[in-house]
Design a protein around this ligand. Sequence first.
Ligand SMILES: Nc1nc2c(ncn2[C@@H]2O[C@H](COP(=O)(O)OP(=O)(O)OP(=O)(O)O)[C@@H](O)[C@H]2O)c(=O)[nH]1
Ligand SMILES: [Mg+2]
Length: 296
Amino acid sequence: MTDLASLLDLADLAVARSEGVVPDAARRELAGVVLRARRKFGHVGEVLVVALAGGTGSGKSSLINAVLGEDVVRTGVVRPTTNVAVAVVPRLKSDTYTQLLRDLSIERHIETSALKSTILVDLPDFDSTEVAHRHIVESVLPAVDAVIWVFDPEKYSDTIAHAEFLARLVPYEAQFVFALNKVDLLGAGTRRLVEDLTRLLVLDGFGEPEVVPTIANGEHVDVSRLVATLLGRLDRKRTVVSKLVTDVRVAATTGWDSASGAVNAEADQARRDEVGLSAATFVWLGVEAIALLEEE
Ligand SMILES: Nc1nc2c(ncn2[C@@H]2O[C@H](COP(=O)(O)OP(=O)(O)OP(=O)(O)O)[C@@H](O)[C@H]2O)c(=O)[nH]1
Ligand SMILES: [Mg+2]
């Protein structure tokens, strides 16, 4: 099965095998594309990795179930319900995520066929007054595409949480989505509270915080705006990945052209084998890149 990680491994192989066959400039170009991709996407490539953070009982686990449309993780009235981080991953691709889960120190994961291109990480409660907990968030951030901060309408304005915790995470704003959950309890007051939470986040230092109202439980579950936000982010990530795979495909064509032109009539058998192997690797790389571009 083609995925970004195996494509990048194959590209590394093409670079290694083509020394002395393909011009160094073309090999450097391909190596550069691979390096940029690894830095940016780590091990998971085209999948959107989303973590849910927030106070105990704010509804993180309920939101995961609501987004999936099925009860996958435990929710409850006894606090805290979630004691260790749990990742919910797409069933068919779960072995692709082993390294990511290791990086996030996540020992438990649940597979579901309700997800295709997203991983949801249910984090345990963060007591915002604990410095150690801020460090946990900071260590998770490099490995995830987005963090959804889940707020309870009764506690969203907690000044310690804002001043001591969120304000220090302002540099990560591009990765953050803020969900004001349980708005079924607010009715017509929802808009005012969404505005108030936005105002507090701006006071914390956020430029344009994205605040979405959600209902994760009860008769009127509504996570449509949250899902739309995540789909928008997945689309943006796919665009970037697809550009990158196109770069790999173009580099594969260049590599094949150079390799196939590198053998002449006087070349001995060993040289022919070397060139042939290199050319075949570039063809294979091109075929895999096309398969990945056509997958969606
Ligand atoms: N009215 C209402 N109740 C909700 C909503 N979302 C969650 N709840 C309730 O809030 C309680 C806590 O929900 P959980 O999903 O377990 O919260 P959590 O953030 O995962 O909590 P921890 O795992 O302890 O950190 C449960 O009783 C849920 O039924 C909502 O949108 N509206
Ligand atoms: Mg929970």
